[in-house]
Ligand binder design. Sequence first.
Ligand SMILES: Cc1cc2nc3c(=O)[nH]c(=O)nc-3n(C[C@H](O)[C@H](O)[C@H](O)COP(=O)(O)OP(=O)(O)OC[C@H]3O[C@@H](n4cnc5c(N)ncnc54)[C@H](O)[C@@H]3O)c2cc1C
Length: 432
Amino acid sequence: MEHIVIIGNGISGITAARHIRKLSDKKITVISAESDYFFSRTALMYVYMGHMKFEHTQPYENWFWKKNGIVLRKGFVKTIETKTKTLHFAEGDTLHYDKLVIATGSKSNKFGWKGQDLKGVQGLYSKQDLEQLEIYAPNNTTCNRAVIVGGGLIGIELAEMLTTRNIPVTFLVREDSFWNIVLPKGESEMLNRHIKNHHIDLRLSSNLREITSDENGHAKSIIIEETGEEIPCDFVGLTAGVSPNIDIVKQSDIETDKGVLVNCFLETNIKDVYAIGDCAQQRQTIGNRKPIEAIWYTGRMMGEVVAQTICGHKMAYNPGHWFNSAKFFDIEYQTYGWVFPKPMKGHRHFHWKHEDDTKCITIEYDIINNTFLGINTFGIRMKHETFDKWLNEKRNLNYVIAHLSEANFDPELFQHFEKNIQLTYKKQLQTV
Ligand SMILES: Cc1cc2nc3c(=O)[nH]c(=O)nc-3n(C[C@H](O)[C@H](O)[C@H](O)COP(=O)(O)OP(=O)(O)OC[C@H]3O[C@@H](n4cnc5c(N)ncnc54)[C@H](O)[C@@H]3O)c2cc1C
């Protein structure tokens, strides 16, 4: 019987395994060095914050895998030998595969900062990172101050986590406004204020020069590059992005760039070897999408697609319209279609912000034909399927503004904002 081996039990690897099982009776083995069972990485923050236990982040009961004939193997794959289709484990043994799926995810970026490997310095990615965080930042007695380096989605999650234990946080952000490499000015500036309102010591335009050590090899302070200022701290969170976790692949004859290079069928240059999820890099970019997308739902989609191909129904990966969501302390963020920090050539932004400074929307549209191209919403929860439909139908801005309440989860509550948005729209554009 054909043996499918998957390296990685994250959302992409596990989705592939489940779908291969749905479609076939092939032998399936899923390998992970991180955890016995699949868990939701996006829920890690809630474990530290006390909202759930780690076991609650596991969407399937432990018996599920055996019952469905999916073999789970704990171990670290050290080398991939594609000529003989053999995996070599750090533990010394080997495993033969007929088809291999690489789903090894990401790792936290470290940029060679002095002190980056000291005790009390870490990223936030794995189950082990969470365990380390409990050791170095369990409360504000052990950890008088934490410094977070890198202003993205994981950095802000870590800031929120630490503040729930009353640990003072300094947040170093390289950009001159929070996440403005992704968000338009109005949104980014609203978030600067929101972060400060949560008593975070937000330092914009600030890079890390080095982390200093005490006599036990533990982080003692950080020094800011631009000012030379030294900030004493007991914990340093490195959240300056993630990159594909592909060191083991680099030593093989499977082609890599930043990630494992794949075609639209998620096939690598080596027959019977596929790559999916955070570690995969598309050779041909899809629309405006980045060649590597380190997000949950695309990993799940790739898992479904590769399962089809492996089971003989060759299928191209086609993720559809871009969407994403996140949370910045109390403010929920959703994005559908494309909204760039500055409108692309030939496009314009319509921006509305509520007076309470926690809700806003930005719509990107085409100047000539008024076509709706994308929306960012903050503090207002919208329906994915409605925006997907409008993007497919190439609706224009007037239509979208007039029908916004249809996209809202709570149309009654939204009525008030909707009027306000429409009024702002009239004032800004004077076209309706
Ligand atoms: C704190 C945090 C919050 C996030 N929040 C969001 C969010 O709100 N929305 C969103 O879309 N995305 C979010 N993400 C990103 C999302 O979690 C990832 O995109 C997704 O989990 C990646 O899934 P994956 O299956 O590709 O890889 P992973 O989940 O990283 O799984 C890969 C697995 O492979 C194992 N592995 C790697 N190499 C080997 C080896 N050599 N041998 C054995 N095992 C190996 C790893 O240990 C790991 O268990 C978040 C990420 C983090 C860290």
